[in-house]
Design a protein around this ligand. Structure first.
Ligand code: A3P
Length: 295
C-alpha cells in the first residue's frame, strides 16, 4: 500500500484509448494474471450508477440478510474493486487475496479492459445502468470530492467532457451499450437504477433468482430496509467515511449525496439539456436500450 501524499489529483492516462486514473492504469498491469473462479459474481457499472447500492444488496443476500455480518468491513473490502489502487487504501488486488469464495467482485472497466478470465469462465455478471444525465451530475460532484480525479473545472466544461467520453472510464454511451449487447451471449443480469428506486423488492428478487439464492419475504424486507439510501448514508460500512480525507472529502460533497432520480434537473440549464438530448439521440441511435426518464 502506498503512503498518502499531499496532492493526489493527476491527469488521466489513456489505456487502449480509454481515459483512466493513473493509479488504476497501473493496477491493470497487475490484473493481467487475474484468475476468475466459476462461482464469482461480477458487479459491473459505469461509475455513479448505483454500484455501492447493488454491492450492499448482494453482500446482504450472500449473508442471508444478517446485518451484523455485513458490518464486518467497509463495502470496498467485502466486494473487491478489481482495478482500484490509491495511496493509503488496500488495492483491489490486495483485497482479493483476503476474500474467500464465493466472491463478489466490482469493476467499472469497459469490456475491452476487463480481465479475460472473467469472460472465459462466463462468470455471472450483474450490470447496473443509470440514466446519463443523473450520472453526469453525480460524477461531477464525485470528481470534486474524490481527489484522485483531475479537477473537474466548471460544470459546463465537465459536461462537455462527459459527452465526448473524456472522463475517467471513457464514454458512458459505449459502456452501457456494449454491456447491453453482451447479455445476448453471456449470463448478464442488466438492471436499471431507476427500476431499483421504483420497485426495490422486484429488482432484488431478480438478483436472488439470478444468483440462485432465493430468500423468504421477511429477509427480503430486511434487505430492502437496510439498503435504503437513508440507512446506507448513515452506515460507515457503506458510506465511504472510513476512506482518508485526502482521498475522499465528504465536506465537499458526501459520497451518499442525494440518491434520487431526476436530480439532473437542478444542474442542467435548458440549453444544456437540449444540446445533450440531440447528441444523445445520435449516440444511441439504432439501439433498443431505453432508459426510464419518467420522473
Ligand atoms: P448521487 O450522487 O446522485 O446521490 P456508485 O456507487 O456507482 O458510485 O453510485 C453512487 C450514486 O448512487 C450516488 O448518487 C449515491 O448517492 C447513490 N446511491 C448509493 N446508495 C444508494 C441507495 N441505497 N439508494 C439510492 N441511491 C444510492
Amino acid at each position: 500500500m502506498e503512503l498518502i501524499q499531499d496532492s493526489p489529483r493527476m491527469p488521466l492516462v489513456s489505456v487502449k484509448g480509454v481515459p483512466l486514473l493513473k493509479y488504476f492504469a497501473e493496477a491493470l498491469e497487475q490484473l493481467k494474471d487475474f484468475q476468475a473462479w466459476p462461482d464469482d459474481v461480477l458487479i459491473s457499472t459505469y461509475p455513479k450508477s448505483g454500484t455501492t447500492w447493488v454491492s450492499e444488496i448482494l453482500d446482504m443476500i450472500y449473508q442471508g440478510g444478517d446485518v451484523e455480518k455485513c458490518q464486518r468491513a467497509p463495502i470496498f473490502l467485502r466486494v473487491p474493486f478489481l482495478e482500484f489502487k490509491a495511496p493509503g487504501i488496500p488495492s483491489g488486488i490486495e483485497t482479493l487475496k483476503e476474500i474467500p469464495p464465493p466472491r463478489l467482485l466490482k469493476t467499472h472497466l469497459p469490456l475491452s479492459l476487463v480481465p479475460h478470465s472473467l469472460l472465459d469462465h462466463k462468470v455471472k455478471i450483474i450490470y447496473v445502468a443509470r440514466n446519463a444525465k443523473d450520472v453526469a451530475v453525480s460524477y461531477f460532484n464525485f470528481y470534486k470530492m474524490a481527489k484522485v480525479h483531475p479537477d473537474p473545472g466548471a460544470w459546463e466544461d465537465f459536461l462537455e467532457e462527459f459527452m465526448t467520453g473524456q472522463v475517467s472510464y471513457g464514454s458512458w454511451y459505449q459502456h452501457v451499450l456494449e454491456w447491453w449487447e453482451l447479455r445476448k451471449r453471456y449470463p448478464v443480469l442488466y438492471l436499471f437504477y431507476e427500476d431499483m428506486k421504483k420497485d426495490p423488492k422486484r429488482e432484488i428478487q431478480k438478483i436472488t433468482e439470478f444468483v440462485g439464492r432465493p430468500l423468504p419475504d421477511d429477509i427480503l424486507h430486511r434487505i430492502i430496509q437496510q439498503t435504503s439510501f437513508k440507512k446506507m448514508k448513515e452506515n460507515p460500512m457503506t458510506n465511504y467515511s472510513t476512506v482518508p480525507v485526502e482521498i475522499m472529502d465528504h465536506s465537499i460533497s458526501p459520497f451518499m449525496r442525494k440518491g434520487t432520480t431526476g436530480d439532473w434537473k437542478n444542474t442542467f440549464t435548458v440549453a444544456q439539456n437540449e444540446r445533450f438530448d440531440a447528441d444523445y439521440e445520435e449516440k444511441m441511435a439504432g439501439s433498443d436500450l431505453h432508459f426510464c426518464t419518467d420522473f
